[in-house]
Design a protein around this ligand. Structure first.
Ligand SMILES: C[S@@+](CC[C@H](N)C(=O)[O-])C[C@H]1O[C@@H](n2cnc3c(N)ncnc32)[C@H](O)[C@@H]1O
Length: 258
């Protein structure tokens, strides 16, 4: 490896939920100044167009069957590339510190005394429901929201799903589609069965999809799930703020007036 005179530095940048315009200005500036970029599967490749011509762009993520590089190899690669190129940007989907393993990368990099910087991103957990008009909190409806993983490191659902189900919080579940039935059965045990939920996939992108159902009828939605695309599950009365509920109400009133 040729070591250049560039001072090594690594900036973790949140790329936002998918739409290329949902990255921060600070994130764009970091990409423009980068000497090398390592990016994940959920990063919209159009964002890489902000990079200088000839900047090495290294893809370190694959989804599902094609496994991504193991985390320790990514950590090592970051250090190697910072020593080789100097100013490295590590670009991650959403926000690097929301189920993004960003802090593990920071710990590793700092163990080599390489300076780091964090540029937060807009997490899919916030942006994806918002863009569908689903507020995570609404006065007199709920008092908190929980962002929970639907798949822990051992493949099981998080114990927090059971705890969250017993609260009145809006539940935003990431990485939950593969455990969807397990999750919904747990929720059904504690929540009112008429509570609505939504599954949003490819949020903020042109191929975004949304399905809305009541917990009681969750099985109706299983066949709509595309396991190869990212998706979040939102559970709680705030989902009724979605326009499709208004449409249904209008239809009900129209039908009853004849
Ligand atoms: C490893 S986590 C990373 C989350 C990311 N750090 C963030 O803040 O959005 C990946 C999960 O985020 C969710 N996700 C990310 N982007 C999404 C999108 N555009 N639409 C729906 N869900 C998304 C999915 O649940 C996906 O499995």
């Amino acid at each position: 490896m040729s070591i250049k005179n560039n001072t090594p530095k690594i900036t973790l940048v949140g790329a936002g939920p998918g739409d290329k315009d949902l990255i921060t200005l600070k994130g764009v500036k970091a990409i423009e100044q980068a000497d090398c970029i390592l990016y994940d599967a959920l990063v919209n490749p159009e964002i890489l167009e902000y990079a200088k011509k000839d900047t090495p762009l290294i893809y370190v993520g694959k989804r599902f069957n094609n496994h991504r590089l193991p985390q320790d190899e990514i950590n090592q690669l970051l250090v190697t590339k910072a020593l080789e190129f100097g100013n490295v940007v590590r670009l991650k989907g959403g926000d690097p510190f929301v189920f993004g393993r960003g802090s593990e990368e920071i710990d590793y990099i700092e163990s080599y005394n390489i300076p780091t910087e964090i540029v937060p991103g807009i997490s899919s957990s916030l942006a994806v429901p918002a863009m569908q008009g689903i507020p995570l909190t609404k006065r007199n409806v709920n008092e908190s929201f929980w962002v929970i993983t639907g798949t822990t490191s051992n493949g099981n659902i998080s114990k927090d799903i059971k705890l969250g189900a017993q609260s009145s919080a809006t539940l935003v579940i990431l990485m939950g589609l593969r455990n969807f039935t397990l999750i919904m059965e747990e929720i059904k045990t504690y929540r009112n069965e008429l509570t609505p939920f939504a599954i949003i996939q490819n949020g903020s992108l042109p191929n975004e999809t949304i399905v809305i159902e009541s917990i009681k009828n969750y099985k109706n939605t299983i066949d709509t799930i595309d396991y190869s695309s990212p998706g979040i599950i939102i559970i709680g009365d705030v989902v009724a703020e979605h326009t499709s509920f208004l449409d249904e109400e209008i239809q009900r009133v129209l039908n009853s007036s004849f």
